[in-house]
Ligand binder design. Structure first.
Ligand code: FAD
Length: 430
């Protein structure tokens, strides 16, 4: 069958790879010049690495199997890492149970209630009930006011800004579930992983395998309109051309779907409610490590970014020309003016926060600063979110939607992407 796949991110390429292995002829359309979408790479000068920070958990079995299947199993690397927390103007290590028990900002009762929240949350299976409960109410009830104000509220503000008041308990529950599945995994317990060469090597390999099967990947090909064909199949318009496909699968964000899909293909009104969060991420390249942790959770409203990701505590320095890369993300609403500010303005703002946490940092330590952004990063999991997302099977037999807005009970990650692709393939819809 002749199938068009719109979007050359992880979803689109995993899908194109699986369908091309089944003997279908695929054409992938990617509007950017580079493949990878949110998982794409960036040229940092002395080295190339992911635009945003990515980690693989030992429990990411769908993703790990996929990486092995495309021949990159030998490129997987695993490393033990540490976790930190910046709270009350101090940096604490909370990398193991003993450190957590010592963690001064929370009282003994507060820690107990936090542990109960995590344990109870990890056991919950009926997430649909959680969709109707505001995350704030759920956490206050389970963890108590003190732990909520000290830990959860700053974390919610960090992840979704003031939107946290509209977010359901599924949002935090899915994080807890992912955290616990990582700890339960027997292989590489407590370790985190990555692919040598970063996600660029994954996309290069997929590009090679998909092209070798006779399918095509077109970059710089922005799809402008998708419409049904009276004789069957679907038209795809891009760069002034119109092409016919037997089936088309759309993998981009919902707002783009609304713009490009003809009303006969998909019920647009049902998808009106999906709101997106954006991300602004400063990548700092330094001569020495800023922190010994892979991740530092920030619970301090004076700091403009929401976490510190010491990527070089996970990734070998050989990957980054002997230099250290640290990411500083900030999650904002998709219409936040910060997303429109110049790199220089963002850098100045983020440096004010940087100096509060790392007052000893000097300009000599810094090799380069890169500001990366994504306006449509992640849907906001508001109350009853699952009723807002587009269905995989649409109003038209030959048009399908498979995108990350459909992760109604999961966090946004590439394991879930591959899981959704595998489920789609197993349903044998064509
Ligand atoms: C800051 C950050 C940190 C992350 N950390 C992790 C992590 O640690 N581990 C992990 O597993 N995942 C992580 N992720 C998530 C991971 O990047 C996503 O799971 C993944 O990128 C989602 O892929 P996707 O294909 O669904 O969407 P996207 O990557 O958004 O791909 C959609 C593609 O569709 C294209 N497109 C849209 N409209 C059109 C059009 N009209 N025509 C043609 N093409 C179009 C876009 O250009 C894009 O390339 C992180 C993401 C971010 C932003």
């Amino acid at each position: 069958m002749n199938i068009g796949v719109i979007g050359g991110g992880m979803m689109g390429l995993a899908l194109a790879y699986r369908l091309s292995q089944q003997g279908h002829k695929i054409t992938v359309f990617e509007s950017n010049k580079q493949l990878g979408g949110l998982t794409t790479h960036h040229d940092y000068g002395p080295f190339v690495w992911d635009r945003f920070y990515h980690v693989i958990l030992p429990s990411d079995t769908y993703l790990i199997n996929f990486i092995k299947e495309i021949g990159l199993g030998e490129q997987l690397r695993w490393r033990s890492t540490l976790t930190g927390c910046y709270i009350d103007e101090k940096l604490y290590s909370i990398s193991n149970s003993v450190e957590f028990l010592r963690f001064p900002p929370l009282t003994f009762i507060g820690k107990l209630r936090l542990a109960i929240t995590l344990l109870y949350g990890s056991k919950i299976k009926n997430w649909r009930r959680l969709e109707t409960i505001p995350v704030e109410d759920w956490l206050l009830k389970l963890s108590g006011k003190n732990t909520y104000e000290k830990l959860w509220k700053p974390l919610l503000l960090a992840k979704v800004g003031e939107n946290y008041k509209r977010v359901s308990a599924v949002f935090i529950w899915s994080y807890i579930k992912r955290l616990f599945s990582a700890r339960d995994s027997s292989l590489h317990k407590e370790q985190l992983g990555y692919v040598a060469g970063g996600y660029k090597s994954v996309f290069d390999q997929l590009d090679k395998l998909i092209s070798a099967s006779g399918s095509q990947i077109r970059t710089g090909a922005k799809v402008e309109y998708i419409a049904p064909c009276l004789q069957g199949g679907v038209w795809v318009e891009h760069n002034g051309e119109k092409e016919h496909f037997d089936k088309v699968i759309f993998t981009g964000p919902v707002n783009i779907l609304q713009q490009v899909a003809a009303p006969e293909l998909v019920n647009i009104s049902a998808t009106d409610g999906v709101e997106y969060l954006g991300v602004i991420c400063m990548a700092l390249i330094t001569r020495k490590a800023l922190v010994p942790y892979y991740i530092v959770n920030l619970a301090d409203q004076r700091i403009p970014f929401t976490g510190v990701l010491g990527m070089s505590n996970l990734v070998s320095l050989q990957e980054t020309a002997g230099l250290h890369i640290t990411y500083f993300p900030k999650y904002v609403s998709a219409d936040d003016p910060l997303l429109q500010q110049s790199d220089d303005e963002v850098r100045k703002l983020f440096f004010r926060g940087l100096r509060l946490i790392f007052p000893e940092i000097t300009t000599d330590d810094i090799v380069a600063v890169h500001i990366n952004r994504a306006a449509k990063m992640q849907p906001l999991q508001v109350l009853n979110y699952s009723s807002l997302v587009p269905k995989v099977v649409t109003e038209h037999n030959d048009f399908f939607v498979l995108n990350n807005s459909q992760f109604v009970n999961d966090t946004l990650n590439n394991n879930t992407v591959v899981k959704h692709v595998d489920n789609f393939i197993n349903k044998n819809l064509f």
